[in-house]
Ligand binder design. Sequence first.
Ligand SMILES: [Zn+2]
Length: 170
Amino acid sequence: MAAGEYTSVASQREFALAQVDVERAEILSNARAEEAELAAMFVEKGVGEDTAREMSREIHLDPEQAVKVHAREEFGVDTDDLASPTLAAASSFVSFGLGALVPLLSYLVGIESAWPAIALSLVGLFACGAVVTRVTARTWWFGGLRQLVLGGAAAGLTYLVGEAVGASLG
Ligand SMILES: [Zn+2]
């Protein structure tokens, strides 16, 4: 499960959201300086000083609007494009759980060898990692591979610990 959480924490979108949060805190606590900062950015783009100050003042009338504009101007983040981190974490959590259930399928249909279960769970991990990329900023194959590697490593570790504990008990 830690591997599944890692997947969501490492997503670029959450990093962007953290940046946006910092910007929001600055705008709420230091509105004057942020307004001046935005006006200066407009001036740099060729807008006349008075117009720039007026634009910035109007944008800052709505703090959420100000956050959006600062995020776009300062680090190129479009806040309307960002998925909620809760959604990303939740889908990561659910997909990891589903991935863990997949290997049970081969037992349910009566196959007793471990290999089909292992193959199935690797496919399941990849598929779930790929699905999670719908709410994170990665390509599907990257998400799939990462989930495959992290989930596979976590499962392998669980297996080895189980073996070691079993051996010491036996
Ligand atoms: Zn700013």
